[in-house]
Ligand binder design. Structure first.
Ligand SMILES: *Cc1c(COP(=O)(O)O)cnc(C)c1O
Length: 390
């Protein structure tokens, strides 16, 4: 990986030390150019006319994403963010009273709120799969929980608040031996970790553009396996997702675009397409290996600082590095680092209540590393953090 070249292609690296890639990564110039150029064309020639002119290029986005996660283009829906993508899939499932939903301890708040809402409406059972000693979803515990009443296994792959990487491929093997559905929240993993939907064996997977994919904000996508598409009725359909075939009837599309709606941010979509192509050119395995190495280096250095506790869990750890500091609030650390040109984030119990409650945490500092970050930046981060803690 030619890091100098990749950093030159990322103008933001000149301005800031960016360890907030789990929030929103710095876009490569080619991504922001794709967005800006398209938007300019719209302003000069008209939105509909520009969309017609670029229709083929826009449509290629489905191929590029499908290729990146080993799916078919007809299994991809372009959706404005991961939350809407996830909800379109979740609320398409025909739940009945007594159905069981098995989920992970690190589940993202928005997902869990949806389980609770559904539980109020349909009396489903929401059960949390225990974690193993390393802190990841226990595959053995899952196996013991399985029976024919399990309607859905719903797992957050890489949570927002720790280094954890859940074993989604092993979970997929269990899902496969039952007739349940398997939904993966891959919001923090697409662009970071090699996602292969065939290998995972998931039925549905949601992702966002702005995080590890380095795409523009307000972009995302949903993968839905072609074998379950027909059984999943989107919670709402418009004239794009369905055709009004007679005054008394309509017909829903038979590909994953049944989860889309008509109006789209085409500038953002072309940016997303460029972001996926960009990651693909670098190679997702190289990306993952570099992230793992850099993040581990940061953890090793953080552990040496007085009053700092690294809070990451899991057997395999990814690019999200989280820690707490005795005597300093996470907001204070974020603010002080920002003054010194360093972007990081914080994560609170409001995002991952089950996991944080169990570990007696209310908030953590989150420094999320990407491949374009460097060892020098880690060094500089540690030095700056030490001066703040002094
Ligand atoms: C950020 C995040 C989401 C939400 O993604 P949006 O694109 O903001 O909708 C969902 N799940 C996890 C694990 C996240 O980190």
């Amino acid at each position: 990986m030619d890091i100098d070249k990749l950093r030159k292609e990322t103008p933001g690296t000149k301005n800031v030390l960016h360890f907030n890639n789990a929030g929103a990564s710095l876009m490569p110039r080619s991504v922001s150019d794709a967005v800006i150029n398209y938007q300019r064309e719209e302003s000069l020639w008209g939105g509909y006319e520009t969309a017609n002119k670029y229709r083929q290029s826009i449509n290629e986005t489905y191929d590029v994403i499908a290729n990146f996660i080993n799916a078919k283009p007809t299994e991809i829906a372009l959706i404005e963010n991961a939350t809407v993508a996830w909800n379109m899939a979740f609320w398409a499932i025909d739940f009945c009273e007594g159905d069981r939903i098995l989920t992970s301890k690190a589940e993202y708040a928005s997902n869990y709120i949806s389980y609770l809402k559904l539980k109020k409406e349909v009396s489903v059972k929401v059960e949390v799969i225990p974690s193993d000693n390393a802190g990841q979803t226990s595959v053995e515990a899952l196996e013991q929980l399985m029976d024919d009443r399990v309607k859905l296994i719903s797992i957050t792959h890489i949570p927002t608040n720790s280094g954890l990487v859940n074993p989604i491929e092993e979970i997929g093997e269990i899902a496969h031996s039952y007739s349940c559905l398997y939904l993966v929240d891959a919001c923090q993993s697409v662009g970071q970790y090699p996602i292969n939907v065939q290998k995972i064996g998931c039925d549905m997977l949601s992702a966002t553009g702005r995080k590890y994919l380095r795409g523009p904000r307000g972009t995302g996508f949903l993968y839905v396996n072609k074998d379950v598409l027909a059984d999943l009725t989107p919670p709402f359909v418009d004239l794009h997702a369905a055709e009004w075939t007679s005054s008394g009837d309509y017909k829903i599309r038979n590909d994953a675009r049944r989860f889309e709606n008509w109006e789209m941010n085409y500038a953002g979509i072309l940016g997303l397409k460029e972001a996926v192509s960009y990651a693909n050119t670098i190679g997702i395995t190289s990306i993952w290996n570099r992230i793992v190495g850099l993040a581990e280096e940061l953890r090793t250095k953080l552990i040496e600082l007085p009053n700092v506790t690294v809070q990451d869990i899991g057997k395999t750890k990814g690019g999200l590095v989280t820690f707490t500091v005795d005597g300093h609030s996470t907001n204070e650390i974020q603010k002080e680092l920002h003054k010194k040109g360093i972007n990081i984030s914080t994560s609170s119990i409001k995002s991952t209540r089950l996991d944080m409650e169990e570990r007696n945490l209310t908030e953590v500092v989150r420094a999320s590393i990407h491949y374009y970050n460097t060892r020098q930046e880690i060094e500089q981060f540690i030095i700056t953090l030490s001066t703040i803690l002094d």
